[in-house]
Design a protein around this ligand. Structure first.
Ligand SMILES: [Zn+2]
Length: 44
């Protein structure tokens, strides 16, 4: 799930599964569709 987060006076879109931040909602959504966060080794 993509969540909005405010940081540095800008709105970011965060992949809730892996924590990646995007400045574009569409990018975040596309990432999420292919997000690999089920695999814990993907987390940093
Ligand atoms: Zn992700």
């Amino acid at each position: 799930m993509v969540t909005e987060t405010a940081r540095d006076d800008a709105t970011w879109y965060e992949c809730e599964a892996c924590g990646l931040l995007f400045d574009d909602r569409e990018d975040a959504r596309r990432h999420e569709e292919n997000c690999d966060a089920e695999d814990p080794t993907y987390l940093q």
